[in-house]
Design a protein around this ligand. Structure first.
Ligand SMILES: Nc1nc2c(c(=O)[nH]1)N[C@H]1C(S)=C(S)[C@@H](COP(=O)(O)O)O[C@H]1N2
Ligand SMILES: [Mo]
Length: 320
């Protein structure tokens, strides 16, 4: 087991019309639209204006919005150089170094299992129907570090509505590419490859749950999970599978990689919960990358307003 140990974010939701980035414009442009294009956006402006995380949480009325307080965006260089992506190595610097030549085009995405419209898509066609939005989310790794990242993506709910799950579908499984030729980590039995993750369908339908294709206004760097990953901000980072090739709808709770690796350490739910310690360390605090002080970790990573109701009646110590 290699994983080791090591707020409130507001205003992230829907990009204003003028900042709307069309799929073609975005994916078609070599360097993306770049940070400069977004720098003047009210979104990014708002997300770096601080007040105190311990003060009253702004009630977010709109889906996707929940940026606080003294959260500042984690610098692009940190977001793209300090990564977990074991397919490319287990050190934080390995993914940036070893994923440089990873081929993300062409990319095929399969939708399978209990849906009315199973299909294989070219990634461009899969993404085309959805409007890209910027979402500034806190990102908390189970190891005890965190970041604040402006993602570009679209709600998982939109996809789920499109592919029409059958009534029997209760879960969704996300699978990462299996390609040991390109992914040196997969030549060793570090994890049970390919990496898989899973969510209950109602979790995946929550407006906060997104598929991401970019960050900081640019296409996702390979080390961050290009060309498509999912991001579930109220859960620990390992719930977000990178470089997804398959989305499967199932009746039973799917197996998930970290749960297979160490079921006593990594539960299926993986909600950020400062009251449930990892067996080998406390989860009460976190270190925001770029800061020295450790800050208290918030229940559901601070997104309780939007997600706590998903778990009413569940014992979150048992279902960790
Ligand atoms: N395929 C795959 N997805 C993965 C991982 C991985 O090793 N392989 N690591 C997970 C973990 S532990 C975290 S914290 C996040 C890190 O995402 P980031 O490096 O983009 O911040 O990715 C998650 N998704
Ligand atoms: Mo993580």
């Amino acid at each position: 087991m290699l994983i080791r140990k090591a707020d409130d974010v507001r205003a992230s939701e829907i990009t204003e019309e003028k900042d709307y980035i069309s799929r073609r414009g975005f994916l078609g442009r070599a360097g993306g639209i770049g940070l400069a294009a977004l720098a003047g956006s009210p979104l990014l402006g708002a997300s770096s204006v601080g007040c105190d995380a311990s003060s009253s949480r702004a009630d977010s009325t709109d889906e996707g919005s929940d940026v606080s307080l003294d959260d500042k965006l984690t610098p692009y260089d940190d977001v793209t150089s300090y990564n977990n992506f074991y397919e490319f190595g287990t050190d934080k610097s390995d993914p940036a170094a070893n994923a440089k030549n990873f081929r993300t085009e062409p990319w095929t995405l399969e939708v399978a299992g209990l849906v009315d419209k199973p299909a294989k898509y070219h990634l461009e066609d899969f993404i085309a129907p959805y409007k890209l939005e910027e979402r500034v989310y806190r990102h908390r790794c189970v190891e005890g570090w965190s970041m604040v990242i402006p993602w570009l993506g679209f709600p998982m709910a939109r996809v789920i509505e499109t592919v029409k799950p059958r009534a029997s579908a209760k879960y969704i499984q996300l699978t990462t590419l299996l390609d040991p030729k390109q992914m040196p980590g997969q030549r060793r039995p570090i994890l049970d490859w390919p990496y898989t993750e899973g969510l209950r369908l109602d979790e995946a339908m929550n407006p906060l749950a997104i598929f991401a294709v970019g960050l900081y206004g640019k296409p996702l760097p390979n080390q961050n999970g290009a060309p498509l990953r999912h991001v579930i901000p109220w859960k620990y980072g390992f719930k977000g599978a990178k470089s997804i090739v398959k989305i499967t709808f199932t009746e039973r709770q799917p197996a998930t990689t970290w749960n297979i690796a160490a079921p006593n350490e990594y539960g299926f739910y993986a909600n950020v919960n400062p009251e449930v310690d990892h067996p080998r360390w406390s989860q009460a605090k976190e270190r925001r990358i770029g800061e020295f002080r450790r800050r208290p970790t918030l229940m559901f990573n601070g997104y309780g307003d939007q997600v706590a109701s998903l778990y009413s009646g569940l014992d979150l110590r048992k279902n960790f």
